[in-house]
Design a binder for this molecule. Structure first.
Ligand code: HOZ
Length: 428
């Protein structure tokens, strides 16, 4: 049988790129097999280099709320590129993106643009430490905030998938500054503040966990974090890299009505190009250089192509009915998938918040990392491949989120539900 172009490319890639990929989860090690190399995307679909077509629920891990190659985004990027790709100097569009972010997020008066969610979270921690004069931070096991040293302690996403939640190469002294709490368990946070009453600069949290699969915040959890941090003079950082402009235009802080001190963003605010951001109230943000003593910089920060894509995306998301449509599509999908699992008598729990979701091979409930970890990852791998063969692309790991876009039609969703039914039959 002739080797596929994706297999050829994967072999070639493994000679020059570690694992053949530039981000570990893409290697398919969690589900085995060869990743299709993607040639192009349009709307809700992607095509690989062998011409196979897939309905895409990965959505580049979240940023593509408008779908692939949305005309407004393509046009904005083309127009910006024609005027030059980078200046390392202020450009008009970065002001527009910053204003849109400040208008959208109730807790953000000022925002600094960076290049990725990793940079945003790394900088947010430095800012919290600078503001409070304290060094320790609290993070939740299974939450993932990018790959900065000190945040790769009991991390989710690829780190959890590949069995290295605490990475080699993180100095022990750094890891010791990271205190671990249990997601959806405010008592575990109280205990850390009891043990370190004057040392904790910040609690950083994914307000909806997406990097251990989707786990919604339990009733009162986010409010509890707000109360505990305030009582102890620490800052609350919402990592809205996934949830920002996704679970509502104003992010999780709007959806759940909690005001963090610092917010980190990424994904959607770049509309598929590399952008991140961190922001907060003026008093905190005035610590950032050149106004204050906390240093952070970047040649490509506020890059004209990336901010043009971000502005175009946010303006499209402001159209009436967009978030209702995203959620209705996700409800149709997850209800249909849950029905297919029930029909096949396969224990499963589908968690969904707005237009992000995960189907766990797990009778549930799935409300904590310990429960996430009880999922049948081998079954997930078989399911993943059965779906891929039927033209449906989901995350190649049980511990990730899926996303719908406004480009997914009811017909796409119904075709997906039929494919899920077929895939489960084939697995029986
Ligand atoms: N950490 C990302 C998912 N939560 C994966 C990034 C990628 O492989 O593109």
């Amino acid at each position: 049988m002739q080797q596929s172009r994706s297999s050829q490319l994967f072999e070639q890639a493994q000679r020059v790129i570690p694992g053949g990929v530039n981000s570990p989860v893409r290697s398919f090690r969690a589900v085995e097999g060869t990743p299709p190399f993607i040639a192009r995307g349009q709307g809700a679909r992607v095509w690989d280099v062998d011409g196979n077509e897939y309905i895409d629920y990965l959505g580049s891990w979240g940023p593509l709320a408008l779908g692939h190659a949305h005309p407004a985004v393509v046009e904005a990027v083309q127009r910006a590129a024609a005027d030059g790709t980078s200046f390392g100097a202020p450009v008009e569009q970065e002001v527009e993106l910053a204003e849109l972010i400040c208008q959208a997020l109730p807790s953000v008066d000022m925002v600094r643009l960076v290049n990725s969610g990793t940079e945003a979270c790394m900088s947010a921690l430095r800012l919290a430490r600078a503001y409070t004069g304290r060094s320790k931070i609290v993070k939740f096991a299974g939450n993932y905030h990018g790959h900065a040293d000190g945040l790769l302690v009991q991390a989710g996403s690829g780190a959890l998938t590949h069995g290295v939640p605490t990475s080699a190469g993180v100095p022990e002294a750094y890891a010791a500054e990271t205190l671990l709490a249990a997601y959806n368990d405010t008592q575990s946070v109280e205990s850390l503040f009891d043990a370190w009453p004057n040392d904790i600069a910040a609690v950083i949290v994914e307000p909806v966990a997406g990097n251990m699969g989707v786990v919604p915040p339990a009733e009162g959890f986010l409010a509890g974090l707000r109360r505990i941090t305030e009582a102890n003079g620490a800052l609350l950082i919402f990592d809205e890299v996934i949830t920002g402009f996704r679970v509502a235009y104003g992010g999780a802080q709007t959806r759940f009505g909690i005001t963090p001190d610092i917010t980190t963003l990424g994904k959607i605010i770049g509309g598929g190009l590399p952008v991140g951001a961190y922001g907060g109230r003026g008093e905190v943000m005035r610590m950032v250089a050149p106004l204050g003593p906390m240093y952070q910089a970047g040649t490509l920060s506020g890059n004209p192509l990336a901010v043009a894509a971000g502005v175009a995306t946010l303006l499209e998301l402001q159209r009436p009915g967009v978030y209702e449509q995203l959620e209705a599509t996700a409800v149709r999908l997850t209800d249909g998938v849950a029905g297919a699992f029930a029909g096949a008598e396969i224990p499963a729990t589908i968690n969904r918040v707005a237009s992000m979701f995960t189907g766990f091979f797990n009778a549930g409930p799935v409300g904590a990392l310990a429960q996430v970890e009880q999922s049948d990852t081998a079954a997930y791998g078989r399911y993943f491949h059965a779906l891929l063969e039927r033209g449906v692309y989901i995350a190649p790991s049980q511990f990730e989120a899926g996303f719908v876009s406004i480009a997914h039609t009811d017909a796409d969703v119904d075709r997906t539900i039929a494919a899920v039914g077929d895939a489960l039959d084939a697995m029986a």
